[in-house]
Design a protein around this ligand. Structure first.
Ligand code: AHR
Length: 514
C-alpha cells in the first residue's frame, strides 16, 4: 500500500512538474572537444526516382524557373539550410554509372535503363558538369562516388583526371571543350558503394585488396587531392572497419558506413511513415543507440589500428526508411516525412557530435523526394519537411567546437518493452563565439523541464527555436506547408535558475546568454 501511494505521489509530482528541478544539464564549457565538422550536415542525391530529375533538375527549357536546369526554388531552400556537401551519383546507382555517358552535348548522351531503381530510362542529362554546377550554386563541397561494381580502375582514375587535371592532356582538353576550363574541386572521392551488397557482394578482404589496387592509380594535383573513401560497414558490423583499417594504407582517408532505421527493424515490412502507434515512434527513435554503439566499437578498433587518427568515419547514408507510399513506384522510395523524422535527425546529430573526433561527415538519404528528404516537390510546388526544419535548427553546430555535457536524472521513456533515455543533449561553441545547446525530448506524451548550468554558473537566458507539433506524425503538405515549423523560444533565469521547458516530442536549439 505504502509503495502504491509513493508511486501515485511520484506520478502526480511528474504531472505537475515538481520533478522538473531534478533534471539538470551541465555544460562543461572549459573542456572543449573536437570541432563538429560542417559536413556532418551533408546531403545525398542519387539518380533515383524524382530525387534528381523533376525534384531538382528540370532542364534549362523548363517553364519551372531554373538556373541552367536546376530549380531555383529548391536551390534557394537548400542554400537557406547551408548545405555544406552533396554526395552523387549514388548509392547503388553509382556502381552501374559510367561517367562518360554524362558529358558532352546533352542531346547526344546515351539513354540507359536505371536497372536498380524502377527500371526507368536514364537520359544522363545530369552528368559531371551539371553536378558541379549544382554544388557551386549551393556553395557546397562535392563528393563523387566512383563505380567499382561495373567499372574499372582505369575508368575511376580517368574520371578523377577529367575533373581535376590541369595540363594539356587530351582528357583535360575534352573537359575544356565541354565548357569547363578550370578544374572542378573534388573534395571527396569514393571507390564503390555498399560493396558488401549492391556494389558487388564482396568480402571485406577482397574489397580491401581491390581498393589497394584501384587507389594506386588515383592521381590529382596535390592542391586538388580529395579525401579518398572506402566503402565500409553498416550500423552494426565492425568487421569492415577492422579489415580495411588494417590492410589499406595508400589514398585512404575514411571508411563510409550506412545506417538506415525502419520502425520494425526489418527490411521486409519496414512499417509506415505516418499513421503509426506510439510503439513505432519509440522503436524508431530508440534505434539511434545502435549508431552510438557501432561508433564506440569502431573507435576502439581505429584507435588500435590508426592511433594517429588519420582515418575518419563517414556515415554517407543514413535516415528513415519506410514501406513505399501506396500507389507510388516502389523503386522510387517515396515516403512521407513527419515530426518523428525530425526527431530522428536531431538524435543522429547529437550522436555524431559526441563522436566528432572520428565522425567528420554524414549524408542524409536523401536530399529531395527520396527517403528522409528535406524537400518534397510536386510539379512546380515544393514543401519543406520536418526534417528540413531539424537541419535548420542545428545549423549553428556546423564547424562549432563540441563541449561535453552531463545530463543528470534523465527520465526513462518507455513504451511496452522498449525504453530509451527521455532526453538527449548536445552543446558546442559556435563559430560566432556563442554557446549553443541542442535538446531532444523523445517522449511522445510527457513534457520535461531541466535546469541548465554552464560549469557551476547559471546563465541569464536562452534564446533560439523550438520544433514540435500536436501529432507524432504531423507533416507539411502542399496547401498545408506550416503544420510543423520552428517557433521562437526564449527563457530568462528566475530565482537563480535557468529552466528550459521541453514539450513532449520536441527539439529545442538555443544560444545561451550570460
Ligand atoms: O539510398 C537508397 C539506397 O540505400 C542506396 O542507393 C544504397 O546505397 C542504400 O542501400
Amino acid at each position: 500500500m505504502k509503495k502504491q501511494l509513493a508511486a501515485i505521489a511520484a506520478s502526480l509530482a511528474w504531472a505537475f512538474g515538481a520533478q522538473a528541478a531534478d533534471i539538470k544539464l551541465v555544460v562543461n564549457a572549459d573542456q572543449p572537444g573536437p570541432v563538429i565538422h560542417r559536413n556532418i550536415y551533408g546531403q545525398f542525391a542519387e539518380h533515383l526516382g524524382t530525387g534528381i530529375y523533376e525534384g531538382m533538375w528540370v532542364g534549362p527549357e523548363s517553364k519551372i524557373p531554373n538556373v541552367r536546369g536546376w530549380r531555383k526554388d529548391v536551390v534557394a531552400a537548400l542554400k537557406e539550410l547551408k548545405v555544406p556537401l552533396v554526395r552523387w551519383p549514388g548509392g547503388c546507382f553509382a556502381d552501374e554509372y559510367h561517367w562518360r555517358d554524362g558529358i558532352g552535348p546533352r542531346n547526344k548522351r546515351p539513354i540507359k535503363v536505371n536497372t536498380h531503381w524502377g527500371g526507368v530510362p536514364e537520359n544522363n542529362a545530369v552528368g559531371t558538369h551539371e553536378f558541379f554546377d549544382l554544388v557551386e550554386q549551393l556553395g557546397a563541397e562535392a563528393y563523387v562516388n566512383a563505380n567499382m561494381g561495373t567499372g574499372s580502375p582505369q575508368e575511376a582514375a580517368e574520371w578523377l583526371e577529367y575533373m581535376t587535371g590541369e595540363g594539356n592532356a587530351t582528357i583535360v582538353e575534352q573537359r575544356r571543350k565541354n565548357g569547363r576550363d578550370k578544374p572542378f574541386r573534388v573534395h571527396y572521392y569514393a571507390l564503390g558503394n555498399e560493396t558488401w551488397g549492391c556494389g558487388g557482394n564482396m568480402r571485406p578482404e577482397y574489397y580491401a585488396d581491390m581498393y589497394r589496387h584501384w587507389a594506386t592509380f588515383l592521381k590529382t594535383p596535390e592542391h586538388n587531392r580529395p579525401k579518398f573513401i572506402a566503402s565500409g560497414g553498416n550500423d552494426q558490423d565492425t568487421t569492415w572497419t577492422e579489415v580495411l583499417s588494417k590492410n589499406i594504407r595508400h589514398n585512404f582517408d575514411a571508411i563510409a558506413h550506412h545506417a538506415y532505421t525502419f520502425p520494425s527493424g526489418k527490411w521486409e515490412g519496414k512499417g509506415s511513415a505516418a499513421g503509426f502507434p506510439e510503439a513505432e515512434w519509440i522503436s524508431m527513435l530508440s534505434q539511434v543507440k545502435k549508431i552510438d554503439d557501432v561508433l564506440a566499437r569502431s573507435t576502439v578498433i581505429l584507435d588500435r589500428n590508426d592511433p594517429k587518427k588519420k582515418l575518419a568515419i563517414y556515415f554517407d547514408e543514413w535516415g528513415s526508411w519506410y514501406d513505399p507510399e501506396p500507389g507510388s513506384n516502389p523503386g522510387f522510395l517515396v515516403q512521407r516525412n513527419t515530426l518523428r523524422d525530425a526527431l530522428l535527425a536531431a538524435l543522429h546529430f547529437n550522436v555524431f557530435h559526441s563522436h566528432a573526433d572520428r565522425v567528420k561527415m554524414s549524408n542524409v538519404a536523401q536530399m529531395v523526394n527520396v527517403l528522409q528528404a528535406m524537400i518534397l516537390t510536386s510539379k512546380d510546388k515544393l514543401v519543406l519537411t520536418p526534417t528540413y526544419h531539424a537541419f535548420s535548427l542545428y545549423t549553428p553546430f556546423q564547424d562549432a567546437t563540441s563541449l561535453p555535457v552531463t545530463l543528470e536524472n534523465n527520465p526513462v521513456y518507455k513504451v511496452g518493452a522498449t525504453e530509451m533515455p527521455g532526453l538527449s543533449a548536445t552543446a558546442a561553441r559556435g563559430k560566432d563565439g556563442k554557446l549553443y545547446v541542442g535538446l531532444v525530448n523523445s517522449d511522445a506524451t510527457q513534457a520535461a523541464a531541466l535546469t541548465l548550468q554552464v560549469g557551476a554558473n547559471t546563465p541569464k537566458a536562452a534564446k533560439g527555436r523550438l520544433l514540435t507539433a500536436g501529432a507524432m506524425d504531423a507533416q507539411n503538405e502542399l496547401g498545408k506547408p506550416a503544420q510543423v515549423v520552428p517557433q521562437a523560444y526564449e527563457v530568462q533565469a528566475a530565482d537563480g535558475k535557468l529552466t528550459l521547458k521541453l514539450p513532449a516530442k520536441s527539439i529545442v536549439v538555443v544560444a545561451i546568454e550570460g
